[in-house]
Write a protein that binds this ligand. Structure first.
Ligand code: ZN
Ligand code: ZN
Length: 640
């Protein structure tokens, strides 16, 4: 017995699972040493050692003897093939397990299907799926998920119906996958009902998928209901609801929920942080964004998250942070490059934007639709008419990108800004698209800068044809008419506005100081520090008047109400916010303000002078662009 034990290799020992196997293998070795069990042993050992070449060799011997090993070993080997991208070896396993009429276990066939899908061999996967003698829930869900992921929602839904007809019950994974393929709210609600019937609604994956889809269809009420009815919470579900609010432009609610989530003891992951950064971007919360940045460092390889960080810094007007984040990225995709190019252009750094575009191409990265929008934007804001035409005309040939609505819009802007208004209107009429209100507003902006009243009236009327409730266009028309003493026309415009119940949206500015948002509305005296702010404002006005500042009320081509112009010019919301910022923030920090309406010419002049007199950098983001005021000048070069 002693010698016998010696003859058993340590490996055989370790592999022995049951005493029965032990004894049978011993007896085989004593009486009639057969190569067959050794062959299987060898094969199994190589599989567990993940030695692909040796395992395939051993499998070849099995094939010659018409024997098969256990399915677990094959599935280990399949995983090995997936990991090393060994397509041919994978196909050999497929052939072997089906050879001589052998019928592999369902889970093994599922593994093979998964392998083909991972290799991108969709047809092989489908063929195998079709030929399966018996398909279980995993087989169906694998195929459904594949259709969903490749945006073939209809096929995914059809497969779900077939599955149920074959008597296979979908599980939570099937549902969460199918939900993502929903093509409308009614299918979604039907599915939701059938999930409740099966008692699957309490599952976190299903809940999270439900919230995602309700948010995607803009139905946050139902999404939030699914969230609130939860008994146990899970990070996945938190991420879905926070992401849902961000997607629907409700950053405040998203951040509130994020606070609740942290209080409940959950740690944010990449998904959470991406959503929170997007909320910061929408609300221009640079300080909060910076805090989130500290947590992003943990996930330095997550491209989506890093792109969101980059976008946040660009849209919050902090180019230094954006550039250093961009430089630190270990990997960059076309979105990273496009974000940085557009960020530079929007912040008045057109030359740098175009230089970065050249570096992007030199790095071998192919520009996409959005990249070219950023490039044209840079050209238009720097008045580079020739370059703009060059990129616009050659984008199809050089980058295989058809010019789209945004590209045409940039060209109208480019021509308008350069004062080529006749050229701009000709371009609009020759465009491949019917001009929309954005196009006409762009032209209107150019008319404002170049004082072309006639064309401004034309553009404002086109806007009102497309958007009859646009207050700005009405007020602009009425100002122009009033300035030409055309009182009948003024009265007509006023009547039209009253008929529609329109009133000009008041100007609002926001400023973030010590992580608190302070909002100012034109002429509003509700801020607790309003008396001090007024005093500071008077001091500032006096100081800049000493160097020649004259309040400018002549903004005929600006959509300001007449009474608003004269009485409250000095109380425009951005002036209040600037005074408040000067009083309450550290001297070395730039003052950052967000405004809902376009900044008026007077406030623009005011900001330039204050930046010089007070030696402070001021950044104002209006709906169109950023103005970086520094030492008496603005990054927009007075062109906006
Ligand atoms: Zn103003
Ligand atoms: Zn400016």
């Amino acid at each position: 017995m002693k010698s016998l034990l010696k003859s058993i290799t340590p490996l055989s020992f370790s592999r022995i699972a049951s005493p029965l196997l032990y004894s049978s293998s011993i007896s085989l070795q004593i009486q009639n040493p057969t190569p067959l069990s050794t062959l299987i042993d060898d094969f199994t050992r190589f599989c567990y050692q993940k030695d692909l070449p040796k395992a395939i060799n051993a499998m070849d011997s099995l094939q010659k003897h018409g024997i098969w090993a256990d399915p677990i070993s094959y599935s280990t080997l399949i995983k090995c093939c997936i990991d090393s991208g060994a397509i041919e070896q994978g196909k050999l396993i497929h052939r072997h397990v089906f050879s001589n009429g052998h019928e592999p276990k369902t889970f093994l066939i599922n593994n093979l299907i998964n392998m083909y899908l991972r290799f991108g061999l969709f047809n092989d996967a489908c063929k195998l799926f079709d030929e399966m003698p018996e398909r279980n829930v995993v087989s169906w869900t694998t195929m459904i998920t594949t259709f969903t992921n490749s945006k073939r929602g209809e096929e995914a839904l059809k497969l779900l119906i077939l599955m149920v007809r074959e008597g296979v019950m979908p599980n939570m994974y099937t549902f969460s996958s199918v939900l993502r393929a929903c093509d409308g709210l009614s299918t979604l609600q039907q599915l939701h009902c059938s999930m409740i019937k099966r008692g699957l609604e309490s599952d976190v994956f299903v809940r999270s998928a439900l919230i995602d889809i309700y948010a995607k269809w803009g139905n946050l009420d139902d999404g939030f209901r699914v969230f609130s009815e939860m008994v146990t919470y899970d990070l996945i579900v938190w991420n879905s609801i926070i992401g849902g609010f961000v997607q629907n432009n409700d950053g405040h609610e998203a951040l509130n929920l994020f606070k609740r989530m942290k209080k409940a003891g959950f740690q944010a992951n990449q998904g959470t942080l991406t959503s929170v950064l997007r909320a910061c971007t929408g609300l221009v919360l640079l300080e909060l964004g910076r805090q989130v940045h500290a947590h992003v460092l943990k996930f330095e390889r997550d491209l989506i998250l890093n792109n969101a960080l980059l976008d946040m810094y660009c849209k919050c007007g902090s180019l230094e942070d954006a550039e250093s984040a961009f430089k630190r990225m270990s990997e960059r995709d076309v979105i990273s490059w496009s974000t940085m190019i557009a960020g530079l252009a929007q912040n008045g750094q057109s030359r740098q934007a175009l230089e970065l575009f050249e570096s992007m191409k030199a790095s071998g990265m192919k520009p996409n639709y959005i990249t070219v929008v950023g490039v044209l934007f840079a050209c238009s804001h720097a008045g580079l008419v020739e370059d703009g035409w060059y990129y616009f005309r050659s984008m199809k040939r050089l980058y295989d990108i058809e010019p789209g609505r945004e590209h045409y819009g940039c060209m109208v802007d480019l021509l308008g800004r350069a004062g080529q208004l006749d050229e701009a209107i000709r371009f609009i009429h020759e465009m491949e698209y019917a001009p929309d209100s954005v196009t006409w507003r762009t032209l209107l902006g150019a008319c404002r800068v170049h004082h072309n009243v006639k064309l401004a009236v034309y553009a404002a009327k086109r806007i009102l044809e497309l958007e009859p409730n646009d207050e700005g266009a009405y007020i602009l028309l009425s100002n122009i008419y009033a300035n030409s003493w055309r009182w009948d026309d003024v009265e007509d415009v006023r009547k039209a506005m009253r008929r529609r119940g329109l009133k000009k949206e008041p100007g609002r500015s926001w400023i973030e100081v010590d992580k608190q948002i302070h909002a100012f509305v034109v002429g509003d005296r509700s801020h607790p520090q309003i008396d001090d702010i007024s005093k500071e404002l008077s001091r500032l006005i006096q100081r800049i008047m000493d160097v020649g500042y004259v309040p400018d009320t002549n903004f005929v081509l600006h959509d300001l109400e007449k009474e608003q112009k004269e009485d409250s010019l000095r109380y425009h919301s951005e002036k209040l916010a600037m005074a408040f910022g000067l009083m309450n923030s550290a001297k070395e920090k730039p003052i950052r303000i967000m405004k809902n309406l376009r900044i008026c010419g007077d406030c623009h002049t005011f900001a330039k002078l204050v930046s010089k007199m007070e030696c402070r950098n001021i950044v104002i983001r209006d709906p169109i662009r950023f103005h970086h005021f520094k030492d008496g000048t603005c990054s927009c070069t007075d062109y906006w």
